[in-house]
Each structure stands twice: as C-alpha cells, then as structure tokens.
Design a protein around this ligand. Structure first.
Ligand code: FES
Length: 270
C-alpha cells in the first residue's frame, strides 16, 4: 500500500531523461520481466547442455519401443540413416529455436526483459542514443514465417514420434500396441506445441490473409473457418508459448532420465 507522500510524488515531465526502471507504478511490475529472464535463460542453458550431450540419451528404448526426445526430432539416424559425429540436434533445433526467437510474443518479452526497452508499461527503459526499430541485425526477425514452415514440419515429426512410441517389438519379430507414461507425455507435448505453432501470426496470415472476401466461394469460406480456428489459438498465443516450452523441457527431461536408467518408464503392452 502506498503512502500519501508516495502517491503524490510527481511524475517526471514528458521527455525528461530517467533512470532505467524509474516509474510512478507501485505494483510489482518487475516480477514478470524477472521471471521471463529466469525461465528463458535456464531453458537456454539446459538446451545447450543437452545439445553438447546429444550423442547420448536422445530417447528411450523399452521392449522395442522407441521414444524420441522432442529436442532430437526428427530422428535423423533412425528414419533417414543419417549419421554424424557432430552434436546432431543442431541440425534440427534451429527450426523451433528460430521460430521462438523471432516469434512476435517472444520478441516483446525479450526486448522488455533482456534489453529493458522498456521493461514494462510506464516504466523507463535503458538509455539509448536513438530508436532504430527492427533494422540491421534485427532484420533477421523478418525470417519468422520461414522458421514457422520448418517448425511446423518438426511438429509433424513429433506426432510421428508419438505414434511410433506406441509400437513394441514382440518375441516373434512382430509388433504389439502399448502405451507408457513417456508416450502420454509425448502426446501432451505434441498438443501443446501444435497449440503454439498453429496459433502463429504468420500461419494466421497464411490462412486468412490476402483475401478481399471471406464469403465469395467454398474455398474462401473454408479459409474463413480455418482462420477462426487459428484465431482462437492466436488469442492465447502467449500462454501456448510458455506451456509448450515447458512441455518440451519436461518431455526431454523425463526421457533423458528414463533413457539414462534413473528410472524405468512404466508401460503396458496390450
Ligand atoms: Fe509466435 Fe509466430 S510463433 S508469432
């Protein structure tokens, strides 16, 4: 609760230089930027560690079932026979990471939380000589739609990985259907990643953009219906962004621990 003297403290005049973080706000505006930095930095460090260790434990192999971690999908070696001594997740991680870095929501979070530009509404940002917008190096952000295309393909492979995780080898050389905690976690991850990926602004434009009339033909009506579905996801894009980041993280951690023998992935073969 603010005191009377705090409440009456005058705001600096418009245009007057202020220290970063200066504000008349009395709420905990700094909590959100702090959590964003903590979560993204921890996720970044975790991902780097996993990439370096990527020749080990990309997933779980139980009774012939293969549960691939989302950080190493698609399974280049298992599906395409592509082998390399390099940390091979580099070959796939650029797509989802590029999509997140250039995502409209993450851009806002990164600019606010890391660059204090500004850290929150009505809070002074870090001093800058001039505002140059997304120019020079930041033109890279315009590649978002291309990262989206690549990341959408990766989501397709994750769905494939989930289906593949349901098949166990039998003693006679055939396959049996089964389900494990790991495969259910993989399914949740695919759902959350789809919610994030297909609520993308670029996808929304791809589906419903460049149209003068939504009701002029069967095709435009179909696009309008799809656009409404994408819009439903898009209005919660921020929530999907965080949720899917944590499901990728959680799925990978679970499969890493199960694959390295810390515990056995409980499963049932029908
Ligand atoms: Fe966020 Fe495209 S993924 S805007």
């Amino acid at each position: 609760m603010s005191t009377t003297s705090e409440a009456l403290k005058p705001s600096p005049a418009y245009g007057e230089p202020r220290k970063a973080g200066a504000t008349a706000r009395r709420d905990r505006w700094w909590v959100q930027p702090f959590l964003v930095v903590a979560a993204l930095t921890t996720f970044g460090i975790y991902t780097i560690v996993r990439v370096i260790l990527s020749t080990k434990y990309p997933g779980v192999y139980t009774d012939g079932a293969h549960l691939q971690s989302p950080m190493f999908s698609p399974d280049l070696a298992g599906i395409f026979g592509f082998h390399t001594k390099l940390p091979w997740s580099f070959l796939v991680l650029w797509a989802p990471l590029g999509m997140r870095t250039t995502c409209y929501y993450y851009r806002k979070s990164i600019y606010r939380s890391y660059f204090l530009a500004p850290p929150a509404c009505a809070v002074a940002g870090a001093a800058r000589r001039k505002y140059s917008g997304e120019t020079k190096m930041l033109l890279f952000m315009n590649l978002h739609r291309f990262f989206f295309y690549a990341a959408a393909i990766v989501v397709g492979f994750l769905a494939f990985d989930f289906v593949r995780s349901l098949f166990y080898a039998t003693a006679g050389g055939g396959t049996s259907f089964g389900v494990s905690i790991g495969s259910l976690i993989m399914l949740i991850n695919v759902v959350c990643l789809s919610g994030y990926t297909f609520g993308c602004n670029s996808f929304r434009h791809l589906i419903g953009g460049n149209l003068d009339c939504f009701d002029c033909s069967a095709s435009t009506r179909t696009r309008h219906t799809l656009w409404q579905r994408v819009t439903t996801l898009n209005v919660r894009h921020q929530e999907w962004a965080w949720l899917s980041m944590f499901t990728v993280w959680g799925t990978d951690l679970y499969l890493w621990l199960a694959g390295s023998g810390v515990f056995t992935d409980p499963h049932h073969i029908f």
